[in-house]
Design a protein. Structure first.
Length: 311
């Protein structure tokens, strides 16, 4: 399902897990298109439908840009590239090789989720021919029919992460660097946003530096993978940075514990932090429902913090 946002940016719900959970974007300029993130291979029909709805032919798409190569962002890239004869795939140099040969990427996901869940959730991960893959670099500008898209390195969630600055919309395509914001939690005060610390490369100092660098552009909006366009960015930036500090403090308090007690304590501590933030925001979602919506994030974020503490 795709909707048309201002500035020629189409928001596509990839259908991953539940509605309004995972988005990718189709940017259209003067009859040419660029995807930012792709969802999983199961998302392919929705992405192609968005191309049609935008009035484009498949050969009109010039770029498939993945913010990083985690499978909910890039698992469908290979399948999509097979359908787009003119497109190049742009990836961070630390991640590009995994688009060409995804076995290590798949094995990493299987270690976190289990082989059966990876197959169910992500489907076949199709390799991209090496000659169609372009490595990004910090400060690189991609021209989309005269519309510049600036790439900046944004580690902290993953070392192979870049974000895209679109001057036209005064917006960043953030991948996971600027956190998650689920629409179920929106209130009259605005959206709630939380950092994502999924395994295995959470680095809090780098993450805060990346967020501050993005705030230095004075963005008016963020195009989040999870989920959609959000505004009032200075408020969200303060919220993001404060919560990274809260998470670090929680981890440090629990560092002496041994697994699995530490993991359980991290899960409980994160749930309490999230609930306190939701209460401050005036959320009317009952706690049990909120924790059900956040169940996967609680598990993965606790895992990622534990790996960071051990590292």
């Amino acid at each position: 399902m795709a909707t048309t946002a201002p500035f020629g940016i189409h928001v596509i719900d990839t259908g991953f897990h539940r509605p309004a959970f995972d988005a990718c974007y189709l940017v259209v300029e003067n009859g040419r298109g660029a995807f930012v993130d792709t969802g999983t291979t199961h998302s392919l029909p929705r992405l192609l439908a968005a191309v049609d709805a935008a009035g484009l032919q498949r050969a009109d798409v010039d770029w498939v840009i993945v913010t990083h190569v985690h499978l909910d962002h890039a698992g469908g890239a290979g399948a999509l590239m097979r359908e787009l004869p003119s497109a190049k795939l742009l990836a961070h140099p630390r991640g590009a090789r995994h688009m060409i040969e995804p076995l290590a990427l798949l094995n990493g996901a299987r270690a976190v989720y289990g082989a059966q869940e990876v197959t169910r959730a992500y489907g076949e991960v199709v390799p991209v021919p090496a000659e169609r893959v372009v490595n990004s670099h910090d400060g690189m500008i991609v021209e989309l029919a005269g519309r510049p898209l600036l790439l900046i390195d944004t580690p902290g969630h993953a070392r192979h992460h870049h974000c895209l600055w679109d001057e036209r919309s005064r917006g960043f395509f953030t991948g996971d660097t600027f956190g998650l914001s689920y629409r179920e939690f929106d209130t009259a005060q605005g959206p709630w946003l939380l950092p994502t610390t999924t395994p295995v490369q959470f680095e809090p100092d780098a993450l805060k530096q990346s967020v501050r660098r993005m705030l230095g552009f004075h963005p008016e909006r963020l195009y989040l993978t999870h989920y959609g366009c959000v505004e009032n960015v200075p408020r969200l930036g303060e919220m993001m940075l404060a919560q990274v500090d809260e998470i670090v403090a929680l981890g440090e308090r629990l560092r002496p514990l041994r697994a699995p007690a530490r993991h359980a304590a991290l899960m409980t501590g994160l749930a309490d932090l999230y609930w306190a933030r939701l209460q401050q925001l005036g959320s009317t979602v009952p706690r049990d429902d909120a924790m059900a919506l956040l169940a996967m994030d609680l598990e993965l974020n606790a895992q990622g913090i534990g790996i960071w503490l051990d590292r």
